[in-house]
Design a protein around this ligand. Structure first.
Ligand SMILES: Cc1ncc(COP(=O)(O)O)c(C=O)c1O
Length: 369
């Protein structure tokens, strides 16, 4: 599916199994057990932890969007990342995880993998190239959550592969509509589909995508044995939403660019990070490897009270810690322990009309209580 726009890609990806006589809309198969043939000849489905027709439709759509041959869905992004790390970072190996990325991934590496004999190196986006030179497996997150630094994936892949290592990329923030890490040299993608791909703040899901059969086999084994599977209903909900992900992401990215530009010139904002801002330190690499710059903007206001006041005075902003949903959501990251200033807010842009959002934020920032 080359040469198509984002919405064409998402609509076509969901429709990849066109069977005459079958419904146009994806169907939810909710099953733990399947009828088996009396003579014990093989069937595709036998038990719900092994596979499910709704998973397979979703997996084929996600693989298509990521440019992979295969994808495996999981019950959350963390379930996907945990399975991929367990599959690749085997005892005795050295793993690099982002020091400035999603904090629960660092916890999983240090609390779960270190005791099982994995050496874990935490590296920021600028340290990751040197760290990769000592590692068997590198997990990069780009843009990072929450600071929105961008890692040069082609450069990093060359370092990893130069020493026989593997590169895993967390594509949650960019989504496959924003960047395709496999085409930049990554061996596998891990991601939360809880965010922009499903996009309605109503489920948790995750996936691994790769074109390496040995990686799929090792990750599939983890899913089968640890059992962190996606429910059939949630798989259907993601499929139902995926067709409109192109439209939603286009609007969210447009809103992010407009709000970042407005805040960059606003006296209430001490600093603004968005890879789409021409003077952002990440812009040159982002412009070379991303198709869109994403739906997240990070802003530093004076203090925690300034972030609270922004949400309280706004008619459109909500306080929420996830991202990629319909609403524009503000999350003060220091409350979760991220190493950022008290007034640092990650803003996840929703699908509201751009002019309404700009006017609302301007009003909320200028009003006095
Ligand atoms: C970059 C990143 N990766 C992974 C995850 C985990 O995803 P989930 O909450 O679906 O387990 C998150 C959650 O916020 C995230 O931001």
């Amino acid at each position: 599916m080359t040469g198509y726009g984002d919405s064409t890609r998402t609509v076509k990806a969901v429709d990849s199994h066109i069977i005459p006589g079958q419904p146009v809309a994806p169907q939810a198969v909710l099953a733990s057990a399947y009828h088996l043939s009396a003579d014990e000849s093989e069937s595709l489905d036998s038990y719900g932890r092994y596979s499910n027709p709704t998973w397979r439709q979703l997996e084929s759509a996600l693989a298509e969007l990521e440019g992979a041959t295969d994808a495996l869905v999981f019950g959350s992004g963390m379930a996907a990342i945990g399975a991929a790390l367990r599959a690749l970072a085997t005892p005795g190996s050295t793993l690099v995880v982002p020091a400035d990325g999603y904090y629960q991934v660092r916890r999983f590496a240090t609390e779960d993998l270190v005791p099982s004999g994995v050496t874990v190196i935490e590296a920021t986006s600028s340290q990751i190239y040197d760290a990769a030179d000592k590692a068997d497996v590198v997990l990069a997150e780009t843009p990072t959550n929450p600071a929105l630094d961008v890692v040069d994936l082609q450069r990093l892949a060359a370092i990893c592969h130069g020493r026989g290592g593997r590169l895993m990329v967390d594509n949650t923030a960019a989504t496959p509509l924003g960047q395709q890490p496999l085409s930049l040299g990554a061996d596998l993608v891990v991601a939360s589909a809880t965010k922009g791909l499903s996009g309605h703040s109503d489920l948790l899901a995750g996936y691994v995508a790769t074109s390496r059969p040995e990686v799929i086999a090792a990750v599939q084994r983890q899913r089968l044995l640890a059992g962190a599977i996606l429910g059939g209903f949630e798989a259907w909900l993601v499929l139902r939403s995926l067709g409109s992900a192109g439209l939603r992401f286009e609007r969210q990215c447009r809103n992010a660019q407009a709000v970042a530009e407005m805040l960059a010139g606003h006296p209430a904002a001490r600093s603004v990070r968005y890879p789409g801002l021409a003077d952002d330190p990440s812009h040159p690499v982002a412009a070379a490897q991303m198709r869109r710059f994403g739906s997240l903007v990070s802003v530093e206001f004076a203090d925690a009270a300034a972030v609270h006041a922004l949400v309280a005075r706004s008619e459109l902003l909500i306080a929420s810690t996830s991202f990629g949903g319909l609403h524009t959501a503000v999350d003060r990251r220091a409350r979760w322990g991220d190493a950022v200033a008290d007034g640092f807010a990650r803003i996840s842009l929703g699908i509201e009309d751009t002019d309404d959002l700009l006017a609302d934020i301007e009003r909320a920032l200028s009003s006095r209580s």
